[in-house]
Design a protein around this ligand. Structure first.
Ligand SMILES: NC(=O)c1ccc[n+]([C@@H]2O[C@H](COP(=O)([O-])OP(=O)(O)OC[C@H]3O[C@@H](n4cnc5c(N)ncnc54)[C@H](OP(=O)(O)O)[C@@H]3O)[C@@H](O)[C@H]2O)c1
Length: 290
């Protein structure tokens, strides 16, 4: 495993486990799956208030700690503030405490604003306070596009440690990464396997590159992101694929191979269109509590 140093000085694993469980079947076994991921060797777990499984993630982590598989300080737990709680500073403070209580791991290593929606400046003030109080070791954002991130970084007191955005071979976002680096913000990829879209697992170019190293197309896609300094959080509920996705630290792509993967960029998301007002309205309408 390799690590990246955040602007807080903390070390963060370059690879973690995505704990968003989309199907009812996956959601029902979230605790077992996250426990399995830790046993497999994952040390970073990415959850969110809106995934409705912070309690299950917390239980899985505690079980692994109690069994001596990992120490709390070697786990890196990420969660996110949902837009419903990004109206006032007080709403955000309450939601941060709810995340802390559900995870019940003493502190959260990294807490993100899930979207640049609602009053994300008021919510940030609550996050800055919890950060200064030591409850959130690092704070960051997700889905902040370059212009929004630039405005945010020019305005707030604590610069986000992370911007978690969609980053896969089909959504390479090189300009966004350059902008993040200008502000000392570490890039983190959601859906690094493009949620399986665009035939990524059988893509001829990724497959051909992988054959040279005895790796799959998925492993090439994951390695490519980490090699450009992006933290990745692939999700798999399947133990063999979970292990496969972690087995990317014994090969290195050449500059030409890196460029060939980057060239697959489609320049727009095949998953969600954040620039469509209907998407914004839909997301703002998603309620996760009364
Ligand atoms: N901040 C945000 O707005 C945001 C948005 C989306 C996601 N996220 C985070 O990013 C994480 C990852 O994204 P994601 O779950 O959407 O998608 P992903 O990791 O890109 O892809 C997951 C899909 O690929 C399959 N898969 C995984 N590894 C595979 C392999 N080696 N070979 C073949 N199939 C494989 C999985 O199925 P199996 O489980 O059956 O293996 C699953 O269907 C999430 O869990 C969440 O933590 C954040």
């Amino acid at each position: 495993m390799e690590y990246v140093t955040l602007n807080t000085g903390a070390k963060m694993p370059l690879e973690g486990f995505g704990a968003m469980m989309m199907t009812p079947e996956d959601a029902g076994k979230a605790e077992e799956t996250v426990y399995e991921a830790i046993k497999t060797g994952y040390r970073l777990i990415d959850t969110a208030a809106s995934y409705m499984n912070e309690d299950a993630v917390g239980r899985a982590c505690k079980r692994a700690i109690d069994e001596g598989i990992v120490a709390r300080e070697d786990l890196f737990v990420v969660s996110k503030l949902w837009v419903q709680d990004m109206k006032t500073e007080e709403d955000a403070a309450k939601a941060i405490q709810a995340s802390l209580d559900k995870l019940d791991l003493g502190y959260i290593d990294l807490y993100l604003e899930h979207q640049a929606m609602g009053d994300y400046f008021a919510a940030w003030r609550a996050m800055e306070k919890a950060h200064k109080d030591g409850k959130l070791k690092a704070i960051g954002v997700a889905n902040f596009f370059p212009n929004v991130l630039a405005n945010f970084c020019e305005t707030v007191e604590v610069i986000p440690a992370i911007d978690q955005v969609e980053l896969s071979p089909f959504m390479a976002q090189e300009a966004a990464l350059a902008n993040m680096r200008d502000y000392g913000v570490t890039p983190m990829a959601w859906s690094p396997l493009a949620e399986g879209k665009h035939g990524i697992f059988t893509d001829p170019e990724l497959t051909a590159i992988g054959e040279k190293y005895g790796k799959t197309a998925a492993q090439v896609a994951l390695r490519w992101n980490t090699q450009r300094g992006v933290v990745i959080i692939p999700k798999s509920s399947n133990p063999a694929r979970m292990a496969q996705n972690l087995d990317i630290w014994d090969f290195e792509l050449t500059d030409e191979e890196m460029a060939a993967v980057t060239a697959k960029d489609l320049g727009k998301s095949g998953i969600i269109d954040h620039f469509d007002p209907a998407t914004v309205k839909m997301i703002l309408g998603m309620r996760i509590h009364d």
